[in-house]
Design a protein around this ligand. Structure first.
Ligand code: SF4
Ligand code: FE2
Length: 631
C-alpha cells in the first residue's frame, strides 16, 4: 500500500487519528480509495452520455462543440440531461424519505402505530393553517387527518400546485407560474424529468432546466418540507440545547451504538430501546457501565437537534469511527451509507445492520424496521451490540479524546421566538438588523463532506470568513457537524464575528452560526427566507433578499437537487469540489447567469473557501445595493 500524507485528507483530529490507525492496520477506506481512483476527466465535466446503446458517447471537454453524440446530441443537451438525472435522483431520495414520514403520520393518526404519537400539537395546528386548513374548534385528530390528506398531494397530485406553494412569497410564486415551474406533485415531476431526459426527448437545455427546477422545487417546498414538518409534529420541534459532537463521545466501558442515516423514525425507536431498563440491565450483566447511543450523518443531526443525543461525526468519518474498535453496533437506514462500511466493520468485529428494505448491503445482516413494531428491530440491535461488547471486542480500542460542545436545535420557530421574544415573535429584528447593516446578510452553508477535498476545511474556513464579514450563517447536515467540531456553535464564537454581527449575537445570546438540523431541514431555511420577505423591508421575492447559499464539499445527487431548489427559489448558490458543467458552454452560462435574469437565483462555483465567501458577500452586497440599504 502507498504512503499517504494523511493530514491532506482531513482537518478533523479524530478522523486523522483513525486514518493513522487504519493505515497502520491495513484497513481500506474512502479516503485511500479516492487517492487511488482518479476521477474520469470526461465524466467529471459531464461530457459523456450513456443514455442509449448507440453510445456511450464521449465529447471532448477541452473542445466541447467539436463533436456531438451519435444521435446528434450537443454538449448542452448531454450535460443538461446528466444534470437532470441528478436532480431527479436527489428529489426522489428526499421525497421518498418525506413520504415515509407521511406514512408513519397516517398510521399514527389512524391508530395503527402505537409507538409514536403527535408530540407537537401547536406545530400541527400551525402547519395545517399554513396549507389552508380551518383549525378553530377542531380536535387534534380531525386536523391531523385533514392535514394528512392535504400533504399527500405533495407526492401524488397530478394537476394543480403542491400544498406548500401557499408558503411561497407571492412574487416568487408569480415568477414560477410565469415560467410554468410550480410543482404539481413530486411523483409526476420526477417521472416527467426522467422521461424528458430519455434519449430522443427534450433536447433544448433551457427547457430541460425548467423541468429540473420544477422537480427540485417539489423536493424543497415538497418532499423535504413535509419530512421536516411531520418529523417535528411526531418527534418535537427542536429548541436550542447544548450537545456534544465528535468521537470522544464513545465510551470504552459502555456498549456503544451508532445510528447512521436519514430517517428519524429508526433513531427515535433506538432512543427508547437504549433507555429500556431491561436492556440496560443486560448491558450491565455483560460488564458494561451502560449503553451509549450516538448519531452520525443526518438522522444523527436531527437527534442532536431534538434530543441532544451526541453526534460522532459527519459523512467522511463513518468508516473512521469504526476503526476505533469501540463501536459495538452500527444501524443504518437509507442514504449516504458507504458500502465500504461493511469491510471496516468486519475488520473490527462491529455488528453492522441494515434496517430498511430499500437499502440492503451484500454480506451485511438485515434486521428490518417496521414502524408498527419498531422496538422489535431496535431492541434486537441493542442485544447484538451487548453480545459484541461481551465477546467480540478487539484487543486494542483507541477512542480519540475530543468532545466539542455547542448549541444546536435552532428551528425556524425558535429563531422567530429568540429574535422577537415571547410576545412579539417575529423575524422583524433580523430584518431590522440587516437593514441597519449590523448583519450584512444571511448565508446557508450546508451539505456533505467529500474525500476529494480536505475534510471540513472548506466548510470551516468559509464560515469563519462569512461571520467575520458580518454574515449570519445557518447550517444543516454534515456542514453543521464540521463547524460544531470547530467550536463555532457556541455563543462565545461571536468573538470571531465582525462587530455588527457580534453585537447582535451578544444581545440575543446566540452563536453566529445556527445549526438547523439535517439535509431535509434545509426546508427550514426556505421557510426562514419566506418569512424575511413577509416581514418586509427586504424586497418582495426571495430573489431580492441579501442571502446566499453554499455546499462547499458536496458529493451527492441530493445536494445537486438542493442546490437547484435554492437557485429556483431565488438564492445564489455556490458549490465547491467540482461542478458537472463545462465553462464556456451555453448550458453553463444558463445555470450561472441566465437563471438570475429570469427572476430566479443562480449557481456559482469556487473551491477556495475565501474566494467562495467573497463571491457570496459580493452577491449579498449587490442585493443590499438594489434594496438601497448599502453602507
Ligand atoms: Fe450517444 Fe445520443 Fe445515445 Fe447519448 S443518447 S449515448 S449522445 S447516441
Ligand atoms: Fe444528509
Amino acid at each position: 500500500k502507498k504512503e499517504y500524507n494523511l493530514k491532506e485528507f482531513t482537518t478533523c483530529e479524530s478522523t486523522l487519528m483513525m486514518l493513522q490507525k487504519a493505515a497502520a492496520e491495513g484497513v481500506d477506506n474512502a479516503f485511500f480509495r479516492a487517492a487511488e481512483m482518479k476521477p474520469c476527466p470526461i465524466g467529471m465535466e459531464s461530457a459523456c452520455c450513456k443514455h442509449c446503446a448507440m453510445g456511450p458517447c464521449r465529447l471532448n471537454p477541452k473542445d466541447p462543440y467539436s463533436r456531438v453524440g451519435v444521435c446528434g446530441a450537443t454538449i448542452d443537451t448531454i450535460a443538461a440531461r446528466n444534470f437532470a438525472r441528478m436532480v431527479a435522483s436527489g428529489a426522489a431520495a428526499h421525497t421518498d424519505h418525506g413520504m415515509t414520514m407521511l406514512d408513519v403520520f397516517r398510521d399514527v393518526v389512524n391508530g395503527k402505530i402505537k409507538d409514536y404519537k403527535i408530540k407537537d400539537e401547536v406545530k400541527l395546528r400551525e402547519v395545517a393553517k399554513s396549507v389552508g386548513i380551518e383549525v378553530e374548534g377542531k380536535e387534534t385528530l380531525e386536523i391531523a387527518k385533514e392535514l394528512y390528506h392535504e400533504l399527500e398531494k405533495t407526492y401524488t397530485q397530478v394537476e394543480g400546485e403542491i400544498p406548500f406553494a401557499k408558503r411561497v412569497p407571492p412574487k416568487t410564486l408569480e415568477t414560477w407560474r410565469k415560467l410554468g415551474i410550480v410543482p404539481r406533485g413530486a411523483m409526476r415531476e420526477i417521472m416527467e424529468l426522467m422521461h424528458r431526459s430519455h434519449m430522443g426527448v427534450d433536447q433544448d437545455y433551457r427547457n430541460i432546466v425548467l423541468q429540473c427546477s420544477r422537480t427540485a422545487l417539489a423536493d424543497g417546498w415538497g418532499g423535504s418540507m413535509v419530512a421536516t414538518e411531520i418529523s417535528d409534529i411526531l418527534f418535537g420541534t427542536p429548541k436550542p440545547l447544548v450537545a456534544a459532537v465528535n468521537m470522544g463521545n464513545l465510551k470504552e466501558d459502555h456498549v456503544n451504538i451508532i445510528v447512521h442515516g436519514h430517517e428519524p423514525n429508526l433513531f427515535e425507536s433506538m432512543i427508547d430501546s437504549v433507555n429500556d431498563p431491561k436492556l440496560i440491565e443486560k448491558a450491565k450483566e455483560a460488564g458494561a457501565k451502560g449503553i451509549q447511543l450516538l448519531g452520525m450523518c443526518c438522522s444523527g443531526a436531527e437527534a442532536l437537534s431534538r434530543h441532544g443525543i451526541p453526534h460522532a461525526g459527519n459523512f467522511m468519518s463513518t468508516e473512521a469511527v469504526l476503526v476505533t474498535g469501540a463501536v459495538d453496533a452500527m444501524a443504518v437506514d437509507v442514504q449516504c451509507i458507504k458500502q465500504g462500511l461493511s469491510t471496516v466493520a468486519k475488520c473490527y468485529g462491529t455488528r453492522l445492520f441494515t434496517t430498511n428494505p430499500r437499502c440492503k448491503i451484500e454480506g451485511v445482516e438485515h434486521i428490518e424496521f417496521h414502524e408498527r413494531e419498531p422496538r422489535k428491530c431496535t431492541d434486537k440491535i441493542v442485544e447484538m451490540a451487548i453480545e459484541r461488547f461481551k465477546n467480540g471486542r478487539p484487543d486494542r480500542i483507541v477512542i480519540p479524546p475530543r468532545r466539542d460542545f455547542g448549541v444546536h436545535g435552532f428551528s425556524h420557530e425558535y429563531i422567530n421566538y429568540m429574535l422577537g421574544g415571547t410576545f412579539r415573535a417575529s423575524y422583524k429584528p433580523l430584518n431590522e438588523n440587516i437593514i441597519n447593516g449590523k448583519i450584512r446578510g444571511v448565508a446557508g452553508v450546508v451539505g456533505c463532506t467529500n474525500p476529494r477535498v480536505r475534510q471540513d476545511w472548506v466548510h470551516v474556513e468559509l464560515v469563519k470568513e462569512l461571520i467575520k464579514n458580518n454574515v449570519l450563517v445557518v447550517q444543516t447536515g454534515c456542514s453543521q457537524i464540521a463547524l460544531a467540531k470547530a467550536g463555532l456553535m457556541k455563543p462565545d464564537a461571536a468573538v470571531l464575528a465582525g462587530d455588527g454581527l457580534a453585537e447582535v449575537c451578544e444581545a440575543v445570546g446566540m452563536p453566529p452560526v445556527l445549526g438547523l438540523g439535517s439535509c431535509v431541514d434545509n426546508s427550514r431555511i426556505l421557510i426562514a427566507c419566506a418569512e424575511m420577505v413577509r416581514i418586509g423591508g427586504l424586497g418582495e421575492s426571495i430573489a431580492d433578499l441579501p442571502v446566499a447559499g453554499a455546499a462547499p464539499e458536496y458529493m451527492s445527487e441530493k445536494a445537486i437537487c438542493i442546490g437547484q431548489y435554492f437557485v429556483a427559489s431565488g438564492v445564489y448558490t455556490v458549490f465547491g469540489v467540482t461542478f458537472p458543467t463545462i465553462e464556456g458552454t451555453k448550458f453553463h452560462k444558463h445555470l450561472f447567469e441566465e437563471l438570475e435574469e429570469m427572476g430566479l437565483g443562480k449557481w456559482g462555483f469556487a473551491t477556495d473557501p475565501i474566494e467562495m465567501a467573497h463571491k457570496m458577500i459580493a452577491h449579498i452586497d449587490k442585493k443590499r445595493e438594489a434594496l438601497g440599504i448599502m453602507g
